[in-house]
Design a protein around this ligand. Sequence first.
Ligand SMILES: Cc1ncc(COP(=O)(O)O)c(C=O)c1O
Length: 400
Amino acid sequence: MFSHRTALVREPNALSQALARRAASGLSVLDLTVGNPTRAELPYERDGLLAALAAPAALVYEPHPFGPLAARELVAAMWDELGFAVDPGRIVLTASTSEAYSFLLKLLCNPGDDVLVPAPSYPLLEHLARFECVGVRPYTLAYDGAWFVDVASVRAAVGPRTRAILVVSPNNPTGNYVKRAELNALAELGLPILSDEVFAPFPLARPESAARSVLEIDSVPVFALSGLSKLAALPQMKLGWITVGGPEPLVEEALARLEILADAFLSPGAPVLAALPRLLALRKTTTASLQARLERHAARLTEAFRDTTVTPLPIEGGWYAVLRLPAVRSDEAWALGLLEDEGVLVHPGYLFDFEGPPHAVVSLLTPEAPFEAGLARIARYAERATRGAPGARSNGASQA
Ligand SMILES: Cc1ncc(COP(=O)(O)O)c(C=O)c1O
């Protein structure tokens, strides 16, 4: 009766089961996977945000497929600050970045086609593609002291039905920005590029070679994705946007087709659209505090794991950190051990398709106290787990 695309594994994995057992026994957890900024003890301009949502325009329905021009002009003004002159007519407002992906996959792919996705990366990409009856073909993000796009693996991944290349910059969870040279190499393949830039406003050690946006490319159709979820730490407001770039006739055709798609949904709600100027102005209190936390936590990682068997990998930007762990057990076993023996919750690397040695992913959004205590416990646990174990220090990571 039901479609293949919704036939996903639903049984809780070993880690979720262990977490449920802990909760049932009343045991506490130091959660280092906090991804929801509204639950991360960040300061919000509560009164101002609530007042903004009560604007009289919230009561008026004026549907436009791409969203009201005034709201798109605000997005265009942010592009201007980044040095890109973007016509608001090339901006499409959506309910979220996820919805933006779904529109773009509908725009570019027929059922049975596929898109190239980075690995390791954001696990939702595979699901979002699957829901459009689109397959994914992974290309490799490799690590040699820094993460980079293995361009040869991108070329090798292209198949007869490949319709687009997906890029996440900076990537979740490896934190690397796509570099200008990498983007140029991808563009040479002639496929449209979808670039998820939701974490771009959160640089940590952003190299000069990083592209500012996929909009730097003009030889193929490009689609930059972002939204309030990360930019303003307001995922509950449900507003994202697509910015279209590339060769003129293809941009026009893409916009004409996106208009039909967006017109069928008219997703963004009037309250968030009316509130947008205030939401963007008021975000600074929250994002300044968030950025300071990301920077403190990134520095703390180096301290916490100095002279230990755990290697925090360098982070160029974004909200996540990757820990490379000694190759004495799988990353699932590491995550289970940390939870059961130390009460620390991390994401196991396999969720993101890491290759090679075991990895754990922690969120830099985690509030101060649990983050600090959690890192100390990970370091202690790793010492205990690897003491005397052969290969404990040969985890393959650069110790530099
Ligand atoms: C890379 C990436 N893109 C998009 C999103 C989701 O954005 P939205 O809430 O706008 O759908 C996330 C959320 O974690 C993400 O990590």
